[in-house]
Design a protein around this ligand. Structure first.
Ligand code: IMP
Length: 457
């Protein structure tokens, strides 16, 4: 198995992060792919329970442990720690085929999965028909309104599954895997409706469509249920009894705050509350219990899929950052859009998520750039905006206002403490802290666990 010692450095990680007491959440503060996986992996070995509260297989964590890289989509990164119990909370939408595949793959790599994985009986299930619906909806919208209307989803069925959750009678939950006959009845009812809707949508999009066969879907699902059944539980109860027993909990967000369905760049968002606000509904743990929120922030900005991105670059700097930062989606392989760090957006998301500290990721990628820019304001129709606008049209048409700072040439990938960082890198970090009003408590300078710089100045 993976080395479970912490080779990070000789400073105490939790003390440096101000996280040595209480329950904690780790949440992305941009459009996802900030590097949450690495941070959760570092933290998980210091917590008793790691719980995911939102999203599904649209998320992708890649975690590097030693020379091995693990791609995780549904299972919390804490699974790579020998110690943590890993919970998929009620707010997660679970594709059983993907989950079983991920479990099998991890087991083949020597990762132990047994009593350390718990799945909420209240979580909702993603079926193949959700994925078909996801892709057809995006195509139909693009066809009806032009390419700009498409959200560019990951095609993992996330939106349609959450929509069925809200529709209630169309939904199937993890708990339904425990009763084959009730599952059969539900599938019969739901698939009849889905086949009707999807056939019409497919026709509209000039796509072929083969209706789903209830017995075939049931057979596959019963197979997945056999594997998943030992892990199904009342996860809110488990989390509360764990807290009562003095265990420490770590909540792991998927996707990120600018993709939050209520607070993100709507409608170009995902379908769950990915900000730390989702912890409470997505696990059943109330707000006052989570005293620390570590916001994960890339040292620049990236986005995949459609939607506004005020600081997006279309130049050689973007190409360089994309190549050095390996900015291609873990889930879809799509090249990510790249831009300068947007401090206006960051202040907004840090405030919403109640960030008590920032982990600044991929800082090493900026090494060698002669000049670094930070977006410190927006102008729209000649007016300076004072807050982050709700309207995607406004976000698309505003002009970012930048402050420039000199770049750093030094390679920083073996730095261990803040005092090892070049002055210009420290000046960049100070600007972020001053604007956002939240301390940067960790800087990541490479994918390995030990490429983590802790605060000593
Ligand atoms: P969905 O979550 O598949 O419905 O996709 C909605 C939007 O969120 C699309 O633009 C996706 O590219 C984006 N998205 C969803 N999950 C992630 C993520 O984990 N990282 C980055 N973008 C994501």
């Amino acid at each position: 198995m993976t080395p479970q010692t912490d080779p990070t450095c000789d400073l105490d990680l939790l003390r440096s992060l101000n996280m040595d007491t209480g329950h904690c959440a780790v949440v992305g503060l941009q459009w996802g792919d900030e590097g949450k996986g690495k941070v959760v992996d570092l933290l998980a070995m210091r917590f008793d329970v790691t719980a995911r509260y939102n999203g599904g297989a649209n998320a992708g964590h890649s975690v590097q442990v030693g020379d091995k890289r693990y791609a995780l989509h549904l299972i919390p990164s804490g699974i790579l720690s020998d110690k943590a119990i890993n919970v998929l909370g009620n707010g997660v939408v679970i594709d059983p085929a993907q989950l079983v595949k991920e479990m099998t793959g991890l087991r083949a790599e020597g990762v132990t999965i047994g009593d350390n994985l718990k799945i909420s009986d209240r979580a909702h299930l993603v079926f193949e028909y959700h994925k078909v619906q996801d892709v057809l909806y995006d195509q139909a919208l693009a066809k009806a309104m032009g390419g700009d209307a498409a959200i560019g989803t990951t095609g993992r069925g996330i939106g349609p599954c959450y929509a069925d959750k809200a529709l209630r009678s169309m939904a199937i939950r993890v708990g339904d895997l425990l009763d084959e006959s009730a599952l059969h009845d539900k599938l019969k009812r739901v698939i009849a409706v889905k086949n009707t809707v999807l056939a019409a949508l497919a026709k509209h999009c000039d796509q072929p469509f083969r209706p789903f066969d209830v017995d075939a879907v049931l057979k596959d699902t019963v197979g997945y249920a056999k594997v998943l059944r030992p892990h199904i539980c009342d996860s809110a109860h488990l989390l509360h009894t764990s807290m009562d027993a003095g265990k420490r909990l770590l909540f792991e967000g998927a996707n990120a705050t600018l993709l939050d369905i209520d607070h993100g760049t709507y409608p170009f968002v995902t379908s769950s509350n990915c900000s730390s606000l989702g912890v409470h509904t997505g696990t059943g743990v109330p707000g006052h219990k989570v005293t620390n929120v570590l916001g994960i922030v890339k040292a620049y900005q990236t986005r995949v899929g459609g939607g506004p991105m005020p600081t997006e670059l279309h130049d050689a700097t973007a190409d360089r950052i994309r190549e050095v930062g390996k900015e291609y989606g873990t889930t879809t392989g799509r090249p990510r859009r790249v831009g300068w760090l947007d401090l206006v957006a960051l202040k907004y998301t840090a405030t919403l998520s109640g960030a008590t500290g920032i982990a600044l990721m991929l800082m090493d990628v900026l090494s060698g750039l002669p000049e670094l820019k930070l977006c410190t304001g927006y102008e729209h129709n000649g007016q300076k905006l004072t807050n982050f606008p709700a309207d995607a049209g406004v976000l698309n048409s505003l002009t970012p206002v930048y402050e420039s700072v000199p770049g750093f040439d030094e390679s920083i990938d073996e730095c261990k403490r803040f005092s090892d960082l070049p002055d210009n890198a420290l000046a960049y970090i100070k600007k972020i802290e001053k604007f956002v009003g939240v301390p940067v408590s960790l800087v990541s300078v490479g994918p390995r666990r030990d490429q983590t710089v802790l605060r000593d100045v």
